[in-house]
Design a protein around this ligand. Structure first.
Ligand code: ATP
Length: 895
């Protein structure tokens, strides 16, 4: 489907009827079958089809690795020089190493690809007259696309409806100010894109209002198609930790190579054969360079991110995973995140009387009563509910399968629709009698919404919103005796009634109307009709999650557009406001930045705030050194989400713009999922740390052993093949198993990690050095002792080889925690147990299978040899235990 067919009038000049005809569609949209046919005909609504991930390039990449190439050359060299057996052994080890690298990288990429698919945007369309949400890639020409504030337009659309609709078209035109849109046809065919007021183009963003239109082009055929890519990807990038480790890795590689060069030169000086020393040097170099480091870090991050998906948190930015673990403050919206966002009207205040409303959920069954006495609702109450119903867009329906009543649209409005139905009012009937002609949409800044309808006497405006906003627009009120003026005492009584409702944790909306008006004058001189109070029960899991936050040293803060009294009552119920204070948006405005910074640590609840306030709160918290996670769902929340260390968008109710600005999206909009994600973030960081301790300490142990032997004039304790084997056995599966180690039980009982400090704190460095140095010493002593006590070279080398491997395994178990004893939960990591068991079996084969004796330079060890080996290698356990307890006593920061 082309964006603008050459031989036909352009889309923006068509009357709606012509538009429907040309695209073979209708105001009710396409049905599912038509949409499916068009999808196969026009293709998916994507820019350039993403290449499916193929394993081959990943495999090939392994052989481009310098170390692997050097090893292959070494294998060829030794074959050429007549060391055929060694050549084969090296080649096999290289193949294994490449395979391992491949598995690691391919897994990481697959994980990322899966996540990319999940982050894809949605679009709301009418299919067969019913609103459905489809993945944006399934949008087809002829679809009726619905547009709301915060949506990113998913295809090129000719508008058929526009209420206060404004689009931000900078992605297309470079103009950053929002542009007003309308639905009327234009006469001039050749107007530039930026002046086509009745078109909405793919890639632009709805900044305000509401609209609908027919999709005229999708995918590469859209105007945007030629210009830019759609933003649907996860930003890979390198995380600060990865960058840090890249630096550490290359530093270590250089240090290792220098050490190797020294060892090889010393060997040559002592008269060792050149080729033998060269091979050995290469093997040692390969073993010492932490080449698996980047892949394992990516795997830890990617697997952790997959676990987060299971816990309803979808990461868009990988770098944020690390930051998550050091979060110190979580600023959360109230409605929907801390509460269930299932509103039910409980009471109404109307013409001076209080009404209780019975019933639960969205089922339209319940009664109105005054002080316990039921009866038909009064005429004023019916007028209140009728006006509220006219000003609402939500629909309620009964699920055919379960029989349960559910709502579509804004839950606040759904509650009003249900309450009106309890009074016998039907939205279809009312909509037919008083057709809606226009509306002034709701926004979090305005905190109210007005619709305009045709009535016998002319236009009537129906408004609902925050009580103080509606009251300030009213000059009259409806009482038992009809309309009368709204004087100061009456307004004060109403405000007091609103406060009383809010103090009972109810969300309060005021309702007003104005008869015989126009759009321009609709929101002034209105008649106040009454107040409606609805409950929105706290999420049961939120309370527990808040308690967990507290234990984990994280401060939860509520930021809401709701009334301070409602916010306070809900915060108390959730255990969020035991201490600290509540601040409103207007108080916030009276504080300057310095005041706010001073107070910010004590504030637990921000009420009646607008999205712009959120930005100030984040900035103030960050100034105080806090690492801030902040939730948001609206289009205007995007700046605060970007500014926060972790911006969190709502997967269900959030707008596309907020999701794009956020680092993470909650697929269930639930506060508890944020806390779960923080826990995963901490776990991921810990696992990278464990892996790193293991890897570095092992490498130090290997190089230290070789360097030590050279220094004290011993022959080489290990052959080139043995060194390569040790590297493969220890850097391979056990290292991977550490990357998926289960979290330590007290993970959420520790304070957050200091984000300014890297991974190498004192405790970690001490453990790495202690483990590495002890391993070098013990193995050197073992080798020297074996030779001195009359063992053959092969026997002494095999004992050292086995002891080195076992010591690394002991360390793997020990480094599962940098603070707790290894005996606390020694075998909790099933993968590590399996990996170690498997590697030990392989090692026994290498030691006892006679055909492998030559290539590996091994010897069938005796029971006595084993006793010595186990004693020597096991000695690393008490050494590391002592190091940990020493560090613990010094009260070092262990995080
Ligand atoms: P949170 O920021 O925690 O999600 P919230 O949902 O209460 O809180 P907003 O959606 O910005 O925040 O609502 C602010 C106020 O606007 C509400 O307290 C209510 O008085 C009013 N309001 C909410 N929804 C509507 C609506 N659909 N129509 C009219 N007024 C509304």
């Amino acid at each position: 489907m082309t964006a603008e067919p050459q031989d036909q009038p352009p889309w923006h000049t068509l009357e709606p009827a012509q538009l429907y005809e040309r695209l073979a569609t209708s105001p009710a949209g396409l049905d599912a079958a038509q949409a499916a046919v068009r999808l196969s005909r026009y293709g998916a609504n994507e820019l350039d089809a993403a290449q499916p991930l193929s394993p081959w390039p990943v495999l090939l990449r392994q052989f481009k690795n310098v170390l692997i190439v050097i090893l292959l050359i070494a294998a060829l060299l030794s074959a050429f020089l007549g060391h055929a057996v060694e050549a084969v052994a090296i080649a096999v080890i290289v193949l294994f190493a490449a395979l391992l690298g491949f598995v690691q990288e391919y897994r990481a990429e697959r994980a990322l690809e899966t996540l990319r698919g999940m982050a894809a945007p949605d679009a709301a369309v009418l299919r067969g007259g019913t609103e459905v949400t489809v993945p944006a890639r399934e949008l087809v020409p002829g679809d009726l696309l619905l547009l709301r504030a915060g949506d990113r337009v998913a295809g090129d659309v000719r508008l058929t409806e526009a209420y206060g609709l404004q689009l931000e078209e900078s992605a297309l035109t470079g103009e950053s100010l929002p542009v007003d849109k309308h639905a009327a046809p234009l006469t001039a065919p050749d107007v530039p894109l930026s002046e086509r007021g009745n078109m909405a183009y793919a890639g632009t963003v709805v900044s305000y209002g509401r609209g609908a239109g027919v999709v005229v082009a999708t995918g590469m055929q859209t105007e945007f198609g030629g210009i830019a890519r759609m933003i649907s990807t996860i930003e890979g990038g390198r995380t600060p930790l990865q960058e840090n480790l890249d630096r550490v890795g290359s530093l270590l590689a250089r240090a290792a190579l220098v050490a190797v060069a020294v060892i090889v030169s010393a060997g040559l000086l002592r008269g060792e054969p050149f080729i033998g020393m060269l091979l050995f040097g290469i093997a040692l170099g390969v073993a010492a360079v932490p080449e698996a480091l980047p892949a394992v870090v990516t795997i830890s991050l990617a697997l952790g991110v997959q676990r987060m998906v299971k816990r309803h948190a979808l990461m868009r930015r990988l770098a944020a995973v690390e930051t998550l673990g050091s979060t110190t403050v979580i600023c959360s919206d109230k409605t929907g995140t801390l509460t269930r966002d299932e509103m039910t009207v409980r009471s109404c205040f109307c013409a001076g009387s209080w009404y209780e409303v019975s019933g639960a959920g969205y089922e339209p069954v319940g009664e109105f009563s005054v002080q316990g006495r039921g009866g038909a609702p009064s005429a004023e109450l019916v007028e209140l509910l009728r006006t509220a119903l006219l000003a609402s867009d939500a629909k309620i329906f009964q699920d055919q399968a379960t029989g349960r009543w559910a709502a579509q649209g804004d839950p606040t409005e759904a509650a009003l629709v249900v309450a009106a139905a309890k009074a016998g009012l039907s939205r279809d009937e009312l909509a037919a009698r008083y057709p809606r002609l226009d509306e002034i949409p709701f926004s979090s800044e305005r905190k109210c919404m007005t619709t305009l309808h045709r009535e016998e006497v002319g236009l009537v405006a129906c408004a609902k919103g925050a009580p103080e906003v509606i009251l300030s627009a009213c000059t009259a009120q409806l009482g038992e005796d009809g309309e009368g003026p709204l004087d100061q005492p009456a307004a004060a009584r109403i405000a007091e009634a609103a406060r009383a409702m809010a103090a009972g944790a109810l969300r309060v909306l005021a309702v007003a109307r104005k008869q015989g008006t126009s759009r321009a004058e609709a929101e002034s001189g209105m008649t106040f009709l009454g107040l409606v109070g609805m409950i929105d029960p706290p999420r049961p899991e939120a309370r527990a999650a808040i308690a967990t936050c507290r234990e984990a040293g994280i401060r939860p803060v509520m930021i809401t557009g709701d009334h301070p009294a409602t916010a306070t009552a809900v915060a108390r119920e959730l255990g969020l406001l035991d201490e600290g204070r509540v601040v409103t948006g207007s108080e916030l405005e009276s504080m300057d930045d310095a005041d706010l910074e001073r107070e910010v640590a004590a504030i637990r609840v921000y009420a009646r705030v607008s999205p712009a306030h959120k930005l100030r709160v984040v900035a103030a918290l960050q100034k105080k050194g806090e690492v801030v996670a902040m939730t948001g769902d609206g289009v205007n929340d995007a700046p605060a989400l970007k500014k926060a260390d972790i911006g969190i968008a709502m997967g269900i109710t959030g707008t596309a713009v907020s999701k794009e600005a956020a680092a993470m999206t909650l697929t269930d909009d639930n506060f508890a999922s944020i806390v779960a994600a923080v826990e995963e973030g901490r776990g991921i960081f810990d696992n990278i740390k464990k892996y790193l301790m293991y890897l570095l300490s092992s490498n130090i142990g290997e190089i230290g052993l070789m360097a030590g032997a050279m220094l004290v004039g011993l022959p080489l304790p290990l052959s080139a093949v043995q060194i390569l084997y040790v590297n493969l056995a220890t850097d391979g599966l056990p290292a991977l198993a550490l990357a998926v180690d289960p979290a330590e039980p007290d993970l959420m009982r520790r304070p957050p990690r200091d984000a300014t400090r890297g991974i190498f704190n004192r405790a970690v460095v001490t453990l790495i050095l202690a483990g590495g140095a002890w391993s070098s010493l013990v193995n050197l002593a073992l080798f020297a002792w074996a030779r001195a006590s009359g063992c053959s070279d092969a026997e002494a080398m095999t004992m050292t080889f086995v002891s080195l491997v076992l010591i690394q395994f002991f360390k793997a178990y020990n480094f599962r925690s940098d603070r707790d004893s290894v005996f606390r939960r020694p075998f909790a990591n099933r993968w590590l147990n399996l990996a170690v068991a498997w590697e030990i079996c392989l090692m026994l084969v290498v030691v006892y299978l006679p055909v492998l004796h030559r290539p590996f330079g091994t010897f069938s060890l005796t029971a006595a040899d084993w006793a010595v080996i186990i004693l020597a290698s096991g000695s690393v356990v008490p050494v590391l235990e002592l190091t940990k307890s020493f560090s613990r006593r010094r009260g070092g920061a262990f995080i």
